[in-house]
Design a protein around this ligand. Structure first.
Ligand code: UDP
Ligand code: MN
Length: 327
């Protein structure tokens, strides 16, 4: 009898412990759900407040940005252009003007454009850099500049295209658009193009560029009123515009108003930016972007040339690792 009572008490105690355990367990897992939810709310809020996720959704409209990319055949070319094409896919108001340093367009670039779905907002041009162009004077400091022929070809195409566009509108006034020189090896944030989209008619926009000119960042220096006073450059600071090609973009009406503005073989190394900009603006009139030039949204990265010793050995015996493959 006593034993039976003890057994029942034992059962009751065990059941109570199980119920209490289940109760607390359900409470704690409920809290987990709640915290999971609030965590995702925090994430959503963070995205909404910043430019985070929106910047990566291809749904933004804005003035057309003609992104001019000189490019030339070498082992890393497809890798570079693939990186670039992915940025461009994410920024729907970019029109890609790709200019090959060659005597004709290549299937590699054609394939890349069609595979990335950018055929409708790109043009594939070519302009070969002359091998024996003559520089004026024999200054030993004058080196071969890169991308001159290609950028000028792009400018010619853009000017023609803009004029035709304006005539098509039955209007002498061209629609607002921008031109940016987008080399194939740099690293670009999609946010940069939101900044470029803010450039006003008649203006050249400027912003910092990371990892260039021997500095962590080269940037415009602003005065208290937010006007561009100059630049912090350490390399050839005496240049009229001591900044990198990746650090500015131009309102296209300036290019039509100043048809002589272009790049030149006849300037000292490092003076290409100054060469085009001297026709278009003065430092004071430039439009500072990227949070008053405090944010870095583009980096002047350079890709290491890959070592292909084994490939060269293969080639000597008439073979190649990429036979029939585009790399
Ligand atoms: N480029 C070219 N032909 C050349 C060398 C360079 O079209 O013979 C292009 C290159 O693909 C890049 C731009 O010109 O888009 C600037 O060249 P690079 O990046 O080598 O110059 P850097 O980084 O030294 O300013
Ligand atoms: Mn480069």
């Amino acid at each position: 009898m006593n034993q039976e009572v003890r057994l029942r008490v034992k059962h009751v105690v065990i059941s109570a412990v199980v119920i209490v355990f289940l109760f607390f367990y359900s409470l704690s897992s409920g809290r987990d759900c709640e915290s999971e939810e609030s965590r995702s709310n925090v994430v959503a809020e963070r995205w909404a407040a910043g430019q985070g996720r929106d910047a990566f959704l291809p749904n933004r409209k804005g003035p057309t940005i003609y992104a001019v990319t000189p490019t030339y055949a070498r082992p890393v070319q497809k890798a570079e252009l693939t990186r670039l094409s992915h940025v461009i896919r994410l920024v729907p108001n970019i029109f890609w003007v790709i200019v090959e340093d060659a005597t004709q367009t290549s299937p590699l670039v054609t394939n890349l454009l069609s595979r990335s779905g950018l055929q409708d907002r790109s043009v594939q041009l070519f302009a070969k850099t002359p091998t024996n162009f003559k520089l004026q004077g024999k200054d030993p400091n004058w080196l071969k500049p890169r991308g001159v022929e290609q950028r000028n070809e792009a400018l010619k195409w853009i000017r023609k295209h803009l004029k035709r566009d304006a005539m098509g509108n039955g209007d002498a006034k061209v629609s607002h658009s921008l031109v940016y020189f987008m080399d194939d090896d740099n690293t670009y944030s999609t946010e940069l193009f939101e900044e470029i989209s803010k450039i006003e008619r008649g203006k050249v926009g400027v912003w910092p560029v990371g990892l260039v000119g021997g500095l962590m960042v080269e940037k415009p220096v602003l005065n208290r009123d937010g006007l561009v006073l100059g630049f912090n450059s350490a390399w050839k600071p005496e240049r009229p515009f001591p900044l990198d090609m990746a650090g500015f973009a131009i309102s296209s009406d300036l290019l039509l108003d100043n048809p002589q503005a272009q790049f030149s073989y006849e300037v000292e190394r490092g003076y290409q930016e100054s060469e085009i900009l001297r026709h278009l603006t003065i430092a004071h009139d430039m439009q500072p972007l990227a949070n008053q030039c405090k944010n870095v949204l583009v980096w002047h990265t350079r890709t290491e040339t890959p070592k292909l010793d084994a490939e060269k050995t293969l080639q000597k015996s008439g073979k190649k690792s990429n036979d029939g493959m585009e790399v």
